[in-house]
Design a protein around this ligand. Structure first.
Ligand code: AMP
Length: 313
């Protein structure tokens, strides 16, 4: 988990206590995915809410933790407890004693946004009677704008809490029913999407394709560098989940970004939306759009009739 509080831990306004969930109240059902720190499972959780006696949840399990991993886990649980917003994945609590360490989150039934975009793009195929067929249900412009403005809304909240995320990308967002999208980073997407990260020195893996020049060159991460990453998220949405700079190697990407090249406008992207991307990719962090402005523009575009948006221009 990369959340960091740029003002220092003392400035978190409401410090809620981490909720403890009993191990016997969690019944694992199946694996949802695997990451650098452990596995994610679909599970049933009993006695979580006064209205439902059992609920579907997603649990992150950390097996055989070292002392340092236990500390990170505790810190992450405290941060997550204090981040509550309709576009941040809901964190219910932990089983923090014994092994494995478990974190309990709301279950988002369509999984991560990158997979979702690919499954709803022009290249998506499904098997019908064992034969590959074109999957229907390609995302339209208004759905793409809806997805983007929900992520922007979550980011407005993170910025208001002085949290710098550092790893915003569609693989770290989750999709629930009715196209509800939330920022839901478990900090363990690294294994599944290992080609999205670049190893520098020992264990540090950096999502360089989503990073602005100042983060690549000086490891400077700020609310403005998160805005740059949001521009890349927009590009991912409008390419149905393509990897940014997919045609380039990691070292070529570093060269390209530090020299000031930016991603091209996707084929289905209106000029108005590409202008937002360009506003996120200003070299000077202070010149970038701020996330509140971005949210407002996207929200307004989402309301405009698609016919007024300039897809060809
Ligand atoms: P992560 O390592 O956090 O990216 O999680 C691995 C995979 O588990 C993701 O690619 C998602 O498809 C799935 N996953 C993670 N969290 C959830 C959740 N809260 N609800 C549903 N699926 C999830």
């Amino acid at each position: 988990m990369w959340y960091c509080n740029s003002k220092g831990a003392d400035d978190v306004l409401i410090a809620r206590d981490v909720q403890h969930i009993k191990r016997r109240d969690i019944v694992l059902k199946r694996e949802l995915g695997e990451g650098a720190f452990g596995k994610v499972f679909l599970a049933e959780c009993y006695n979580l809410s006064p209205t439902n006696d059992k609920m579907l949840v997603a649990v992150k399990a950390l097996k055989d933790p070292t002392l340092a991993a236990r500390k990170d886990f505790q810190r992450e649980a405290e941060l997550l407890t204090n981040l509550q917003h309709e576009h941040i994945v809901k964190f219910y609590g932990v089983c923090g004693d014994g092994d494995p360490l478990i974190m309990v989150f709301e279950y988002m039934k369509h999984g991560d946004l990158n997979k979702f975009l690919r499954a709803h793009g022009p290249d998506a195929m499904i098997l019908v009677d064992g034969q590959p067929r074109q999957a229907k249900g390609e995302l339209g412009l208004s759905q793409m704008l809806h997805i983007a403005s929900q992520i922007a809304s979550g980011m407005v909240y993170l910025a208001s809490q002085h949290f710098v995320h550092r790893d915003l990308a569609t693989r770290n967002c989750l999709v629930g029913a009715n196209l509800l999208v939330k920022i839901g980073d478990f900090g363990m997407s690294r294994d599944v999407y290992s080609t999205d990260y670049y190893r520098v020195g020992g264990h540090t893996m950096l999502p360089i394709r989503w990073m602005p020049p100042e983060s690549i060159m000086y490891r400077k991460f700020t609310t403005e560098s998160d805005v740059w990453s949001f521009g890349v998220i927009l590009w991912e949405i409008f390419t149905y989940g393509k990897q940014p700079w997919f045609q380039l190697s990691n070292t070529e990407v570093i060269e390209c970004i530090t020299q000031g090249r930016v991603l091209e406008r996707p084929r289905v992207c209106p000029k108005e939306v590409y202008d937002i991307m360009l506003g996120c990719w200003q070299r000077e962090p202070q010149q970038r759009l701020n996330i509140k402005e971005i949210y407002k523009i996207l929200h307004a575009l989402g309301k405009a009739t698609p016919i007024y948006l300039d897809i060809l221009g």
